[in-house]
Design a protein around this ligand. Structure first.
Ligand code: F3S
Length: 411
């Protein structure tokens, strides 16, 4: 990799041990992936924040770092709500360790708002073609695909290193030639929000690490125009069951609409059928909005219902509050969102919590140890559905938002 004089100085340790360690990590990555040089980044999002995922070894590694990040940097969810740690059952040892981790990041100048939807924050701007170093897979997918920004799938150490240096090696998805779609994925049925999550589960398994170009039509061959929350759900699931960091949708996503981005429709093609989506649900043939008619046997013994993977948007919170209006939950029901979205919508949060459900910030059902206390967890997220069994040692059940709420209200 070519290094400028300034980068060489850092590499030689003239700017201190932390920056030397950081640039060594980035140069090693650049050499492996054939980067020729560094490029500046606009922001970093650092994953590996929960004590549940990084443990003492991770805490020790970050504790050695000194200095201040050079670009706006934010954290992925931690293991608990940082302002209301009693909101979920978290033991004191865990909480102390989690606070230690957050303090280390804070001292490095990293914002200790912990979210996998930094793109929903009012003051964390991402623009088309911005180069980023982001670490959480659903956020990466959204940034690349929906916003047309450019980030590789950064691990914790490489994202911190990029934040400290303010640059990343120019390889992978930072290069236009690596962003060309490689497989065409056709669908021809209408979808609701959770269908997009289910589509992501199926598509991720089918395409692996390809770059899909979706051709989404309804039964009458009309173009489907997904909303942002639907794209969030699709990308999160595909990143979890496959390793899709970038997808395109014909006539929709920004890169395919950019006439300077030239590509051919991939010859490699698959079709995903409605039946494959239905199989993801524990109950098949669940028409959206007809939650009353559902055979609920699959939901036997659900002891926790969680939504907000990725973290809920304002629109999702509003929908949940409508569904819960005037009712009381009978089961633990946790709704995860970012502090920023919660703070901007205090009335919606209050109305949800009136039902006995909990709106929890900074964490999620996967990275919080609290979910490990349950045995069967209902989710409306393709990503949570895939991760809960491994990360929480619990069975996961997938349903749409309406059924998640309905289940939370059931004795
Ligand atoms: Fe976010 Fe946790 Fe899901 S980090 S994408 S809510 S697994």
């Amino acid at each position: 990799m070519y290094l400028t004089k300034e980068e060489e100085k850092i590499y030689n340790g003239e700017e201190g041990e932390t920056l030397q360690k950081a640039i060594e990590i980035l140069v090693a990555l650049g050499d492996i992936y054939g980067a020729e040089k560094f490029i500046p980044i606009k922001s970093a999002q650092i994953s590996g924040v929960s004590y549940k995922t990084i443990g003492d070894a991770g805490l020790e590694w970050i504790s050695d770092l000194k200095g201040t990040v050079k670009v706006p940097s934010i954290l992925n969810p931690a293991g608990m709500d940082t302002e209301n740690r009693k909101s979920l059952p978290i033991d004191d040892h865990f909480a102390e360790k989690q606070i230690e981790i957050l303090n280390v990041f804070k001292n490095l100048g990293i914002r200790t708002q912990c979210t996998c939807t930094p793109y929903l924050l009012k003051d964390f701007d991402v623009k088309y073609k911005d180069n980023l170093a982001w670490g959480e897979s659903s956020a990466i997918s959204f940034a690349n695909s929906v916003l047309g920004a450019r980030t590789n799938r950064e691990g914790g150490p490489s994202a911190i290193s990029a934040a400290l240096i303010g640059k990343t090696p120019n390889y992978g998805l930072h290069l236009e030639e690596n962003r060309i779609p490689t497989i065409l994925v056709e669908t021809d049925f209408e979808m609701n929000l959770s269908d997009f999550a289910a589509l992501g589960v199926v598509a991720g398994k089918e395409v692996g690490n390809e770059i899909p170009l979706f051709r989404m039509k309804d039964e009458k061959q009309n173009q489907i125009c997904p909303k942002r929350d639907e794209l969030k759900a699709l990308g999160a699931a595909m990143a979890a069951t496959g390793s899709v960091a970038l997808y395109h949708i014909e006539n929709i996503t920004p890169e395919v609409l950019d006439k300077d981005f030239s590509f051919e429709i991939p010859k490699n093609k698959i079709t995903i059928e409605k039946e494959q989506i239905d199989e993801i649900y524990e109950i098949v043939n669940l028409p959206s909005g007809k939650a009353d008619n559902v055979d609920r046997r699959a939901f036997e013994n659900v002891d926790l219902v969680t939504v907000g993977c990725p973290h809920c948007s304002e629109e999702e919170l509003r929908r949940i509050s409508e569904l819960l209006d005037g009712k009381s939950v009978k089961k633990s029901f946790w709704i995860f969102t970012s502090r920023d979205v919660a703070n901007r919508n205090p009335q919606i949060v209050e109305s949800i919590e009136k039902s006995g459900a909990k709106v929890v910030c900074d964490t999620c059902m996967v990275v919080s140890p609290a979910a490990n206390l349950y045995s069967k967890i209902m989710v409306n997220s393709g990503k949570a559905y895939a991760y809960v069994p491994g990360m929480c040692s619990a069975k996961s059940v997938f349903a749409d938002l309406e059924n998640c709420v309905k289940e939370a209200l059931r004795e």
